[in-house]
Design a protein around this ligand. Structure first.
Ligand code: GAL
Length: 402
C-alpha cells in the first residue's frame, strides 16, 4: 500500500513537472476488428505509383478467379497515388487514374471482398499527394461514403511537423512521439465516428518501438520496419529482425513486417517459400503485392498453400519467435491452438545444410503427428528429433500435433 502511494506521488510529481501523458484511444471498435492477421492484396509492391482503378478491379477479379479470396485474401487495398486536389469545401477528390472510388468500392464488395485505402497524417503522402492533416474527419467520412473497410495511415511528411515542434521545444523530449501517437488517435476517432468498422493499419516504419503502443492508439496492425523490396536480402533482414516482438501481437493487433513480394520475380521459389513460411510463423498480415492477373502456378501454390495460411491465421493468435540461431541456421516456432506448434528450420546460408530440431526444444513432449507443411508428407521423429537437409535460402516448415 505504502509502495503504491509512493509510486502515485512520484507520478503526480512527474505530471507536475510537465511530463504529459501519451495519448491513447478508447475505441471500442478497433479491438473487435482483425481477429486474425488481415489478408488481402495491396497495389504498392508491384504497381507503385502507376496503379489505376482498372488495375485494382483486375486484382479484385483475380482474387476471385484464382481462388485467393476463398483462401482468405479479402482486402483489396489501394496504396498511395490515388489522390487528387481538395475543393473549396476541403473535400478531397481523386486524380484521373481513379475516376470513381464509390464505383470501385461497390465493384470490390460485389465480389465478396473488402476495400482498403491509404493516406497520411501529414500535409502530403510519401508520394507527395494530398494527405489528411486538418481534414481527418472529412476524409474519414469520405472513405466511409465509398465503403472503405481498411485504412493504411502512413506517417511520411508528418515527420516535418514533428521535427519542427521538437526543435521549438527541445526541453520536451517526448513531444514528437506524443504528436505521432496523437495523430493516430485522431484518425482512429474519426474512423470510429463514421460508424463503419474500419481496420486501422499504422505505417511509421517501427519508430519509437511502435509494437509497444500501436494497439493503445487503436491500431489493428503496425509496420515494424522500413519498406520491403523483392530481394532475399531485404526480405530476410526484415523478417528475421522480428525476434522478440511476439509479446505485442494478438487478436485485433498485429506486428506488420510489410507486404508480401511473392510472385514479383526477383526471388526463387525456395526464397519465396521462406518469405511465406516466416510471415506465417510471425502471424504477420498476408497482403500480397504482386500482379494477380499474371501469376504462375508456382506463385499460386506458394500464396495459396492452405496449410501455411492456417499457421498464420491460427485462432490462438500467438506470434512465433526465434528458438535459436547457429550462424545462418535458424529455428523458429509458433504455438498453435490445441497445443500444437509450427516450427521453421531456416537455412540462410549459401549452400544446403543439415539441420535438426528436437521436440523438446520446441516444447513438445510427445508428437502424435509431424507434418512437412509444404509437401504434406508425414515425418517420423527419430530419437525425439527431426533432421533434414535444408536447401540454400530454404526452409523446412513443420506442423507438430501433440
Ligand atoms: C511508404 C510506405 C510504402 C508505400 C509508400 C507509398 O512510406 O512504407 O508501403 O505505402 O510509402 O508512397
Amino acid at each position: 500500500m505504502i509502495r503504491r502511494l509512493m509510486v502515485m506521488a512520484a507520478m503526480t510529481a512527474m505530471c507536475g513537472a510537465g511530463i504529459a501523458q501519451m495519448p491513447v484511444s478508447n475505441s471500442t471498435i478497433a479491438p473487435a476488428l482483425a481477429q486474425t492477421p488481415p489478408m488481402g492484396w495491396n497495389s504498392w509492391n508491384h504497381f507503385a505509383s502507376k496503379v489505376t482503378q482498372q488495375d485494382v478491379m483486375d486484382a479484385a477479379d483475380a482474387l476471385v478467379k484464382t481462388g485467393m479470396r476463398d483462401a482468405g485474401y479479402v482486402y483489396v487495398n489501394v496504396d498511395d497515388t490515388w489522390e487528387g486536389e481538395r475543393d473549396a469545401q476541403g473535400v478531397l477528390h481523386t486524380n484521373s487514374k481513379f475516376p470513381n472510388m464509390k464505383a470501385l468500392g461497390d465493384y470490390i464488395h460485389a465480389r465478396g471482398l473488402k476495400f482498403g485505402i491509404y493516406s497520411s497524417p501529414g500535409l502530403k503522402t510519401c508520394g507527395r499527394f494530398a494527405a489528411s492533416l486538418g481534414h481527418e474527419q472529412q476524409d474519414a467520412d469520405l472513405y466511409a461514403s465509398w465503403g472503405v473497410d481498411y485504412l493504411k495511415y502512413d506517417l511520411c511528411t508528418y515527420q516535418d511537423q514533428m521535427k519542427a515542434a521538437a526543435k521549438e521545444h527541445p526541453e520536451d523530449t517526448e513531444l514528437a512521439n506524443r504528436m505521432m501517437r496523437e495523430a493516430y488517435v485522431k484518425m482512429r476517432n474519426a474512423l470510429d465516428h463514421t460508424g463503419r468498422p474500419i481496420v486501422f493499419s499504422l505505417c511509421q516504419y517501427g519508430l519509437d518501438n511502435v509494437s509497444s503502443w500501436g494497439a493503445s492508439v487503436g491500431g489493428n496492425l503496425w509496420r515494424t520496419t522500413g519498406d520491403i523490396n523483392d530481394s532475399y536480402d531485404r526480405m530476410t533482414l526484415i523478417g528475421f529482425s522480428q525476434a522478440g516482438l511476439a509479446k505485442y501481437a494478438g487478436p485485433g493487433h498485429w506486428n506488420d513486417p510489410d507486404m508480401l513480394e511473392v510472385g514479383n520475380g526477383r526471388m526463387n521459389a525456395e526464397e519465396y517459400r521462406t518469405h511465406m513460411s516466416l510471415w506465417a510463423l510471425l502471424a504477420a498480415p498476408l497482403i500480397a503485392g504482386n500482379d494477380l492477373s499474371k501469376m504462375s502456378d508456382e506463385t499460386k501454390s506458394i500464396l495459396m498453400n492452405r496449410a501455411v495460411i492456417a499457421i498464420d491465421q491460427d485462432k490462438l493468435g500467438k506470434q512465433g519467435d526465434r528458438v535459436r540461431a547457429d550462424g545462418p541456421l535458424e529455428v523458429w516456432s509458433k504455438p498453435l491452438a490445441g497445443g500444437g506448434v509450427a516450427v521453421g528450420l531456416f537455412n540462410r546460408g549459401e549452400s544446403a545444410a543439415a539441420m535438426s530440431v528436437s521436440l523438446k526444444e520446441v516444447g513438445v513432449k510427445k508428437a502424435h503427428e509431424i507434418l512437412n507443411v509444404w509437401t504434406g508428407e508425414k515425418i517420423d521423429a527419430k530419437d525425439g528429433s527431426v533432421s533434414a537437409m535444408v536447401p540454400r535460402h530454404g526452409v523446412l516448415l513443420l506442423r507438430i500435433t501433440p
